[in-house]
Ligand binder design. Structure first.
Ligand SMILES: [Cu+2]
Length: 135
């Protein structure tokens, strides 16, 4: 039964053949919480290319998930809540990119590399994170 449990775990995470999530450094389910402490938790997630990260606003106030335009891999598609095509437009339309309490935002990344992002309202308070996409 122990072996079965291990297999089910790995199958569920789609990483058969490698170690389970707990030991590989991967985040189970690729979920990042936006917390009442105005942080992304965990601040760094590592995923495989083509995987989706789900941001969940677990706090009482709205937040954004806004990529730094110059800090995504070369050729990668820019992403932000509100689906703005650039960081400048996201900053110019803060309310249009807010994720409300209890809501989620998903981003699927296909280009390997490091993506750095921030929350527009709380950037100055250090609400920042990064996604590492492995090839
Ligand atoms: Cu925020």
């Amino acid at each position: 039964m122990k072996l079965l449990g291990y297999l089910v775990c790995c199958l569920a995470l789609g990483i058969v053949g490698s170690a389970c999530a707990a030991s590989s450094g991967k985040t189970a389910g690729n979920i990042v919480a936006m917390t009442t402490a105005r942080r992304y938790e965990p601040a760094t997630v590592t995923i495989d290319k083509g995987d989706t990260v789900t941001f969940s606003n677990d706090s009482e106030e709205p937040h954004s998930v806004t990529a730094y335009e110059g800090r995504v891999p070369p050729g990668a598609r820019y992403f932000s809540t509100g689906d703005f095509p650039s960081e400048e437009q996201a900053r110019d339309n803060v309310t249009g990119g807010l994720v409300q309490k209890g809501d989620t935002f998903e981003v699927t990344l296909t280009k390997p590399g490091v993506y750095e992002y921030f929350c527009i309202p709380h950037e100055s308070q250090g609400m920042k994170g990064q996604i590492v996409v492995e090839g």
